[in-house]
Design a protein around this ligand. Structure first.
Ligand code: AMP
Length: 182
């Protein structure tokens, strides 16, 4: 696995654990020689994970639309691509990555990881998707996905498109194992 796309909050969250885990995920990626692809911002969890990968000697590719002034582009990355639209950004992020994961985040993060998962469901790609469920942040979302399976709106075989783990190392191992067994 050469590169992983990480979607995460442009906010830091209210619990220091989220920033700490962004730092830890960045370190785990760099130590495993897995490059980071992300939205190119310098704020919130986005900025922290990028700083951590760079600090630990890894590769970071940022992709940001020129109009997103509030996210403040990060100019200390391996490379930063400025694109015109959110759609171009998401496409490039997925194209450059071998897996897509979400750390805690808001509506933007959820939209991005669900697009990746639904494109897998439609067989538009075969890259694994996962949630880094820090501090149980995604427990209710995972419960809701189970509910949607029980109610007949998600096929049981699509349930595990969205992998989940509580720690960066555990999630990375799960993604690798999905790739190996594909
Ligand atoms: P948030 O989780 O809302 O803090 O946003 C995390 C990242 O997702 C930010 O870089 C946002 O610009 C991005 N984002 C927000 N909405 C969308 C969208 N509709 N499509 C793609 N990215 C988005």
């Amino acid at each position: 696995m050469k590169r992983i796309c990480v979607y995460c909050g442009s906010s830091p969250g209210n619990n220091e654990l989220y920033l700490q885990t962004a730092e830890e995920l960045g370190q785990v990626l760099a130590l495993n020689n897995v490059g980071l692809v992300y939205g190119g911002a310098s704020v919130g969890l986005m900025g922290r994970i990028a700083d951590s990968v760079m600090k630990h000697g890894g590769e970071v590719i940022g992709i940001i639309p020129g109009h997103l002034k509030k996210e403040v582009a990060h100019y200390g990355l391996t490379s930063l691509h400025e694109v015109n639209t959110m759609h171009e950004r998401k496409k490039m992020m997925m194209d450059l990555s071998d897996a897509m994961i979400a750390m805690p985040g808001g509506l933007g993060t959820m939209e991005e990881i669900f697009e990746a998962a639904t494109w897998s469901q439609l067989q538009l790609h075969t890259k694994p998707c996962g949630l880094l469920n820090v501090n149980g942040y995604y427990d209710k979302l995972l419960e809701f996905i189970d509910h949607a399976v029980n109610e007949g709106f998600i096929l049981p075989r699509h349930r595990y498109i969205m992998q989940a783990a509580e720690t960066p190392t555990e999630l990375l191992d799960k993604l690798k194992s999905v790739v190996e067994h594909a």
